[in-house]
Design a protein around this ligand. Structure first.
Ligand code: OOG
Ligand code: MG
Length: 260
C-alpha cells in the first residue's frame, strides 16, 4: 500500500516545479488516485499558491483538440487553474532557465464579461457571457518526465500549467466566427502547423460551456473578469533557445514568443 495523501502529492508537485525537475507518474505508485481525488490535489495545489501570494485570474481547458489528445494519449478534456504568476506580457521572452522542458501551444482565449456557472450552460449562453476574444499562447511544462502521464496525474499537476500570453487585441465574440478562425503556427517564420477554432470541441464556445459545466459540478463558477484558455489548437512545440514561435490568426492578430 502506498502512503500518498493529497498534501504529499501537492508537496511533491510543488517541489518539482520549484526545483525544475520532472519525475515519475504519481499514479504508478498511488494506485487509488482517481479523478475526483486528482482534482482535490489540483485545488489544494492552487490553494498553496494563493496562500503564498498568487491570485487566481481564470481557468484553462486542456486536451480539447484531437491534436492534443492524440499527442498526450488521453481523450478526455480537463480543467485547471490560472494564476497571475503565470502571466507573460505580450512580447516578453520565456525564461527557459526557470522551467523544466516547456512547450508552447496556440489557443483562443476568452475574457468573461459575466459570471458563468453550470450545469446547463450551452455554447450560446457561454458565448453571451464573454466580453472579448483574444489570441493566446500557453507555455506548458509538465512536472512528469517526457510529458508522460495518466489523466489523474495531469489533472493533479494543474494540467502542466506554467505560463501564458493573452494578445492585447480583443474582439467581441459576435464579431467573428470562432469555428472558422484560423491559426497558422510558425517557427522562425516558417509555418509548421495550422488549425481553425473548430479544432477545440467543434467550437471554442463548446469548450467554454464544457468548462462551466464541469466546474459547476464541483461548485465552482467562472467569474466576471476571469480569463479562460480554451485549449491548444495544435500540438505543442518544444521551446528552443532563440527560436521565435508565432501564431498568426485571421482576425485575432499575431502573437510572437521567443525564449532566452
Ligand atoms: C496537458 C495540458 C493540456 C491543452 O491546451 O490541451 C493543455 C499537457 O499537454 O501537458 O493545456
Ligand atoms: Mg493549453
Amino acid at each position: 500500500m502506498s502512503d500518498w495523501t493529497i498534501d504529499r502529492a501537492v508537496d511533491e508537485l510543488l517541489s518539482r516545479e520549484a526545483g525544475r525537475r520532472a519525475g515519475d507518474r504519481i499514479s504508478d505508485d498511488w494506485k487509488s488516485l482517481d479523478l475526483p481525488t486528482a482534482y482535490q490535489v489540483q485545488d489544494a495545489l492552487v490553494r498553496r499558491k494563493v496562500d503564498s501570494g498568487e491570485k487566481i485570474v481564470g481557468v484553462k481547458l486542456g486536451l480539447t483538440s484531437r491534436a492534443k489528445q492524440q499527442r498526450m494519449g488521453i481523450d478526455s478534456p480537463l480543467t485547471a487553474w490560472l494564476t497571475d504568476a503565470m502571466v507573460l506580457p505580450e512580447g516578453a521572452s520565456v525564461p527557459l532557465h526557470e522551467l523544466i522542458h516547456p512547450r508552447v501551444e496556440p489557443e483562443i482565449a476568452f475574457v468573461m464579461g459575466e459570471r458563468l456557472c453550470g450545469p446547463g450552460v450551452t455554447a450560446a449562453t457561454a458565448l453571451a457571457a464573454v466580453r472579448s476574444v483574444h489570441a493566446g499562447f500557453e507555455v506548458i511544462d509538465s512536472r512528469f518526465a517526457d510529458f508522460s502521464f495518466a489523466l489523474a496525474d495531469v489533472v493533479a499537476d494543474n494540467a502542466s500549467s506554467s505560463r501564458f500570453v493573452i494578445g492585447g487585441l480583443g474582439l467581441p465574440p459576435q464579431a467573428l466566427d470562432l469555428a472558422l478562425e484560423t491559426c497558422d503556427l510558425g517557427a522562425d517564420g516558417e509555418i509548421i502547423d495550422s488549425a481553425t477554432g473548430a479544432a477545440v470541441q467543434g467550437h471554442p464556445a463548446e469548450a467554454l460551456a464544457l468548462a462551466a459545466n464541469s466546474l459547476g459540478a464541483r461548485g465552482i463558477a467562472i467569474e466576471e473578469g476571469w480569463l479562460v484558455l480554451s485549449g491548444g489548437l495544435t500540438d505543442a512545440v518544444p521551446m528552443v533557445p532563440g527560436q521565435e514561435i508565432s501564431a498568426e490568426f485571421t482576425h485575432l492578430g499575431t502573437l510572437r514568443l521567443t525564449s532566452v
